[in-house]
Every structure is written in C-alpha cells, then in structure tokens.
Design a protein around this ligand. Structure first.
Ligand code: ARG
Length: 501
C-alpha cells in the first residue's frame, strides 16, 4: 500500500500506488496514460465499489479497521454506488485504473481514513474480483436471453410442425422434414451453447478477494465472509493461482463464441432460404435491408451481420488463449489485456441474440415453395425403401429396387410421385399402392417417429426436453444475485458482532 494517505494525493495523476521505493510521483505522465486501463475498467465501477464495501465490512468484523472508520468508508462506498446507478458519480479521470480512481475519490471525500481501505488487499485480487462479478452478471443476462430464444424456437417448432421442406446433406436435397423440426434443431444447438454460458457462471463462482498480491495476508482476514457478502459460493483455493487466473474469462469468451456460432449457423440457413433460388422464406420489410442501387433488393443484412459478428467473438477467444499462454504463475500486467475481450463479449453476444430474436418472428416460411422442393418425390426415396422393409424385404434389396425406379423416373422425365403402382411393380412387386403412399411428403415426415426424428410425437418429445432445459437455464440465471441485492445485503451486514456470552 502507498505510504502516502489517499487523502492528500487526489489530483496528482497515478500516484496512489507509488511509494518512495517506486520513485514517488515520478512516472512519465505519457506512460501513466498509455498504461491506464481506466477507459475499459470503468465499466465495472459498480462491482469495484461493492467489492470494497464488502471488504471493509470484513475488515471491521475482524477488527482490522475501527467501527467509526469502517462505517464512514462503507457508507461512502455505498453512496458512490448509488451515484453510479444514477449516472452521477464523477471519478478522477487521471488514474491508472478504476481501483485507484475509487480510492482517490474516497480520499477526496473522507480524507486520511480512505487509506485504511486497501488493508490486506492488492489490485491483483481486486481486479480478479471485479471481473468475476462483472462476467457473472453478463453471463446471467446472456443465459436468460439465450433461454428465451430457445423457448421461442420451441414455440415456432410447435406451430410449424405440419409445414414440410427438404433437409439437406452435402447441400443436396436429402429428406423431407417439418419446418418445426428445423426450429427444434436450431433450439438444440443453441441450448448446448447456453450450457457453456452456465458453465462460465460456475467458473466465476469463487471469490478471489483476500488473495492479496500473490500469497495471502498476515492479517486475520475472513475470506468466507467477503465471499458470502458478494454472492460467491466460496473463496478461491490458492492465492498465487488466483491472481493469474483468467480461466473464467476464457470460459466466458468461449461460451459467447459458442452462442454466436449457433446463431451464425441459423443465420446462414435463413440467408440461403431467403435467396430466390430457394425461396423458402420471405423477410418482412421491418428486418430486410435495401440496396442503395438496386431497387428490387430485399437483403437479409441482420442475419449476415450476426454471422459476421461471430468472427469477433472467435477473435476474443483467441485473444484470451494467447494472452494466458506463456505467462508464468502469479500476476503479470499482461493480464490487463483481458479487458477488451472480456468486456466486449457480453454486448456482442447479447446484441446478436436480440437481433435474431427480433428478426426470426419476421421470417415467414412459404408453404408452396418449401413443398415444391419435395414435389418430385425423390427426397422420399428412403421412405419408399423403408415401406418395403416394413413388408419384410431386406433393406439392400429395397434400396436397389427404389434406386432403379428413381433412375427410370429420371429417364422418363417425370417425378417419382407420378409413377403408378403398375409401373413401379416392374422394379419390385412390393411397390404397390400402399407402399407408394409413403411418397407423400407429410406422410414421410409423420412416419419418422424414431427418437430424435422429425415425426410429430418424436418432435413433441424433443420440445418437452428443450422446455425442461430452458427452465433449468432460467433457474441458474436467477440464482445470480443482482448488484442491487448485494448492495442491500452489505448495507445490512453488522460491522460488529455482539460478543458471545
Ligand atoms: N490495472 C490493473 C489491471 O487492470 C490492475 C492490477 C494492477 N496490478 C499491479 N500490480 N499493477 O489489471
């Protein structure tokens, strides 16, 4: 801690964390400015203030700071938190980071007593705390939003389960599915990404404060108390590991990238389907963009932007991986570079989720165009072969017979659906009228009732599972305490416990 009290350093740039041993106030102003992280970490000023309010509560309880001083400090910190909520908190802008700016402002308000706050704490554990709390809040918001979108995809899946379109393999028409089944596929992918967001929440759920610079404190601090006050499950295990640990941030950027990847794939489907070549969907005017030159254009820009923004999400993961790779154990200032990637992830992912949530309801599947993709019946060839299997015919025999029938239809330049039973039976006697009924697209969709299939019962089961998943995700997000709830809990926490007896 600085040998000068915070009270008399306000207004001198970047001096709180400097002592006689570090050349006093002598650091080059240009380098103070260059090395400052304040521009980024002012985003977590709320977390910083509450972290400090919890810390000083603990210091009072452990009799490391007197009652009067602790009360003055906590009241001031909570007052500043209130001001930050209202947007009226002014902090000195010439400090190295948000932690210094808060301490400096506290010094301006309270004088020398502000110098007691940083007892048994370092900015190394402080920044780890602020970041974890910030990521936790962002992850909870993202989780809720992702769960809402999965729920919406389930609703669309249910309401469009009778609409058919071709599914693709190798970008070739493959088999008929329901539009509902496609929505459920998107929902399944997105819910897996949401699990990673939930995992990032777990990664954050240990309190780093009290680790100090790298090895703990010789003072009798109570890390369990600060952990509880700040809504953490428990303190981190090892101080040296803690101050260099950005796994939670890595997990968070990865989770964000995974959500973006799921949205990106969905977007690519919509972009394709909106082309005149596919024509499976139309876009409402509210979400379609125009061209500045071509008057006829109705472009899927929102989905293209979501796909494009996922590149940035991936970039953030690479930044975090590269940042921590090669760092030795303990704190290194390099870690300050976690800021952009970590802080950008929330707004990036939430923006994309919002864009897709607003746009998807304005994407309309065109029944006739979707059905036209199936009309010639070739995509139902597997269903026809399976109809023969149901009659006891070995699959390979059925497969070959239907293959020959398809070749015949192609040569005769007619759709499979236009081939009658007599004609079909030339290829296999089992290809009677009953078997040929399997060619009707909706029949084919309804028949696939294997678990995970496109049939209505199988789909209903998937939606049931997805709904249960959504409920679990929402419960997990709701378990994260709001900063307001934390502020209220800290304000109520006694600074001194009645002596037992
Ligand atoms: N500004 C730093 C950061 O954002 C805070 C920790 C600095 N620690 C230090 N020993 N210089 O990561």
């Amino acid at each position: 801690m600085s040998s000068t009290s915070a009270g008399n350093t306000a207004g001198t740039p970047g001096t709180i964390a400097r002592t006689g041993a570090t050349g006093g106030a002598g650091m080059l102003p240009e380098l103070v400015t260059w090395s400052s992280s304040f521009e980024w970490d002012r985003s977590f000023v709320h977390e910083d203030l509450l972290g400090s309010a919890a810390h000083v509560t603990m210091l009072a309880r452990q009799k490391l700071v007197g009652l009067e001083d602790a009360k003055a400090l906590r009241d001031a910190l909570l007052a500043m938190h209130g001001e930050a909520n209202r947007g009226s908190l002014a902090l000195p802008s010439n400090e190295e980071d948000v932690h210094m700016a808060v301490e400096s402002e506290l010094g301006r308000r309270l004088g020398a007593v502000a110098g007691r706050l940083h007892t048994a704490r370092s900015r190394n554990d402080q920044v780890a705390l602020d970041l974890r709390m910030y990521v936790r809040g962002q992850a909870a918001t993202t989780l809720r939003q992702t769960a809402d979108l999965v729920a919406y995809l389930c609703d669309r899946a249910k309401s469009e389960r009778e609409l058919v379109l071709p599914a693709y393999t190798h970008r070739q028409r493959a088999q008929p599915i329901s539009v509902g089944f496609l929505f459920a596929a998107w929902g399944a992918a997105l819910s897996r990404a949401a699990d990673l967001v939930a995992y990032a929440l777990e990664s954050c759920d240990r309190s780093p404060i009290g680790s100090g610079a790298c090895s703990g404190s010789s003072l009798p601090i109570d890390r369990a108390l600060t952990a509880r006050l700040l809504g953490f499950h428990r303190p981190t295990l090892n101080a040296l590991d803690t101050v260099g640990d950005r796994d939670f941030s890595l997990d968070w950027t990865w989770a964000g990238a995974r959500v973006l990847l799921a949205l990106s794939r969905l977007s690519t489907d919509v972009i394709d389907y909106a082309t005149s070549e596919f024509g499976f969907v139309t876009l409402d005017g509210e979400i379609a963009a125009g061209s500045s030159m071509m008057p006829q254009k109705r472009n899927p820009d929102m989905f293209e932007l979501v796909r494009g923004e996922s590149a940035r999400g991936i970039g953030n993961v690479v930044t975090m991986l590269t940042l921590v790779k090669g760092l030795p154990t303990g704190y290194n200032r390099d870690l300050q570079e976690d800021r952009r990637a970590t802080l950008e992830t929330g707004p990036l992912v939430q923006g994309a989720l919002r864009a897709v949530s607003l746009s998807l309801p304005r994407v309309n599947f065109v029944k006739e165009r979707c059905a036209a993709g199936l009309a010639e019946g070739f995509t139902q060839a597997t269903d026809l072969a399976e109809a023969l299997v149901r009659k006891g015919i070995p699959f390979r025999e059925a497969y070959k017979a239907v293959g020959a029938l398809v070749r015949h239809a192609v040569e005769a330049k007619k759709p499979l659906s236009a081939v009658g039973p007599e004609e079909a039976q030339r290829f296999h006697e089992g290809l009677d009228e009953g078997a040929l009924a399997a060619l009707a697209p909706l029949t084919a969709v309804h028949a696939k009732e294997s678990q995970g299939g496109t049939g209505p019962k199988a789909l209903a089961e998937q939606l049931h599972t997805l709904h249960a998943h959504v409920d679990r995700l929402r419960t997990r997000a709701d378990a994260v305490p709001t900063l307001q709830a934390i502020a209220e809990a800290i304000a109520k926490e006694p600074l001194e416990l009645p002596t037992a007896g």
